[in-house]
Design a protein around this ligand. Structure first.
Ligand code: NOJ
Length: 533
């Protein structure tokens, strides 16, 4: 076991700091609030907290528009609070992973102010400036992920700058060696302060085509779809040169002990796994988001797990993500009953699981009234379900006012079922989804086969996904059988792959029940069977 790193064996928990815990009554979560809830995370059993951006920001994209990379926004607290967070997390044997946003700054960052001040400014080429097209208008057809052209005209110097996201988020030019050095310096600043790693925002976006070629049209695009998908981002993302930069980041991490480099990368599996880098000198964990877009049926999930396992380079460590602050919540995507099955899937697949705050209590998307919409994506491209506020609502701690999140007015509405769906109530309920998460995480930690063992698919009939996790050593092996359907289903004839005792059911009963050659699953039930030796 000792040859595995913490980020291989452990479970990562994402905190969206605005929504986790508010300590000062301004309706927005903060670092002292997070510190106050570390004991809960310790109890839950996770190993690492990944915290979305806390840096000074005009909050046009809620912290993903950074105006100073080496400080803390007063909304969240101070650098002293941050140092305390690191210390308090480490005291509880929790790792702390920060969010690094290297693709773009805020337009209020000092670097961009300088860059836009004149064409001769020494920082001009820290960003991506181009002349208008010959007949006027944007230099090419590149689109912003948040709608419209990715080019913004700047009157003062008569050129356009490129922004993959909001116009208030100009892209840095990673072809400039000075940018590379400055940004590595940012990483060093936080690594020196004791941060255990980074989740790197939109890692596959960092480098753009140096010839600025038009992106090709997407033949699959139809009216009503996300406008960004009108073209294929061939020349704006996943450029070969990005891997050199990932390697530089990783080399820096390797100067420190035991830090993790996680990449946010939305790409098909065969492209995604390139980010492990040649000789695995790239990202430790290129985030694997396949479960987020997956059709929720057994044959589809079986295929995608197989494809991912097959695509992994030799020695690369897998990982799985069920949700994040940009995606509809799992309980909304698959329903409350299947959200339990999804939890069992996430925590028994081979590879590091990342879970999103609140999913462990079954939080679902919250409908946001039009006058309370905050997300710029929803404002730019309204009414298509693209907005991300619904999955960012405040954590539900208790049945008290505002779910115990704030003494003030919460920045986003709180789910109407919070009096029953909250940490305090669910901790005391032996059948709650929180109890299920707690037991799944505890079980995983205690069992080598689940933490780091081999993965062997088991082919079964019906809408059931089944696999065995096998340990290298003389320890228990487990069958995991997940009924993805809403009808009971019995598995038969699995021989030694099912003989044993039930260690956990998503319904939180049946523990200790003997399983022979037949395993009966109820509707929406997943079970873990400890196989007989
Ligand atoms: C990905 C982040 O997760 C998302 O929230 C943000 O809007 C974009 N990157 C831009 O930084």
């Amino acid at each position: 076991m000792t040859s595995f790193r913490w980020w291989q064996r452990g479970t990562i928990y994402q905190v969206y700091p605005r929504s986790f815990m508010d300590s000062n009554g301004d309706g927005v979560g903060d670092l002292p609030g997070l510190i106050a809830r570390l004991d809960y995370l310790r109890w839950l059993g996770i190993d690492a907290v990944w915290c979305s951006p806390i840096y000074p920001s005009p909050m046009k994209d809620f912290g993903y528009d950074v105006s100073d990379y080496t400080d803390v926004d007063p909304l969240f607290g101070t650098l002293a609070d941050f140092d305390q967070l690191v210390a308090e997390a480490h005291n509880r044997a929790l790792k702390l992973v920060l969010d690094f946003v290297p693709n773009h700054t805020s337009d209020e960052h000092a670097w961009f102010r300088e860059s836009r001040s004149s064409r001769d400014d020494p920082k001009r080429d820290w960003y991506i400036w181009r002349d208008p097209a010959p007949g006027g208008g944007p230099p090419n057809n590149w689109l912003s992920c948040f709608g419209g052209s990715a080019w913004q005209f700047d009157e003062r110097t008569g050129q356009y700058y490129y922004h993959a996201f909001l116009k208030e988020q100009p892209d840095l030019n990673w072809r400039s060696p000075e940018v590379v050095e400055a940004m590595l310096g940012v990483l060093r600043f936080w690594l020196d302060r004791g941060v255990d790693g980074f989740r790197v925002d939109v890692l596959w976006h960092l480098v753009k085509d140096d010839q600025f070629r038009d992106n090709p049209p997407n033949p699959a695009w139809r009216e009503g779809m996300d406008p960004y998908q009108r073209v294929i981002p061939l020349f704006t993302t996943d450029r070969p040169e990005v891997h050199g930069i990932v390697r530089r980041m990783r080399a820096l991490f390797d100067e420190y002990r035991d830090r993790v480099l996680i990449g946010e990368i939305y790409l098909p599996v065969e492209r995604l796994v390139q980010y492990y880098g040649p000789d695995l000198r790239g990202a430790n964990l290129p985030f694997n988001f396949q479960l987020i877009s997956a059709r929720w049926d057994a044959s589809h999930l079986e295929r995608l797990v197989d494809e991912y396992e097959a695509a992994l380079p030799e020695g690369a460590w897998p990982n799985w993500v069920l949700g994040n602050h940009d995606q509809h919540r799992i309980a909304t995507r698959v329903g409350g009953a299947q959200a339990r099955v999804a939890a069992m899937l996430l925590l028994t697949l081979r590879g590091t699981p990342t879970l999103y705050y609140g999913d462990e209590i079954g939080m679902h998307d919250v409908a946001i009234p039009p006058d309370r919409v905050h997300d710029p994506f929803e404002k730019n491209v309204p009414g298509r379900g693209l907005g991300r506020d619904p999955e960012r609502t405040p954590m539900q701690w208790s049945a008290r006012d505002n779910a115990g999140f704030t003494a003030g007015t919460p920045w986003l509405p709180i789910a109407s079922d919070f009096t029953s769906a909250n940490v305090a109530v669910e901790r005391g309920d032996p059948r709650s989804i929180l109890t299920l998460y707690h037991q799944l995480i505890a079980m995983r930690r205690g069992e080598a086969a689940l933490e780091v063992g081999r993965f062997e698919p088991v082919r079964v009939e019906g809408d059931v996904l089944a696999y065995v996790r096998r340990s290298r050593k003389d320890e228990s092996d487990f069958l995991v059988a997940l009924n993805l359907g809403s009808r009971p289903h019995a598995l038969r004839g699995l021989g030694n792959s099912s003989r044993g005792t039930i260690a956990l059911s998503t319904h939180l009963d049946r523990v200790g029940e003997t399983v022979g050659e037949e395993l009966a699953l109820r509707a929406d039930e997943g079970v873990i069977v400890r196989l007989a030796p």
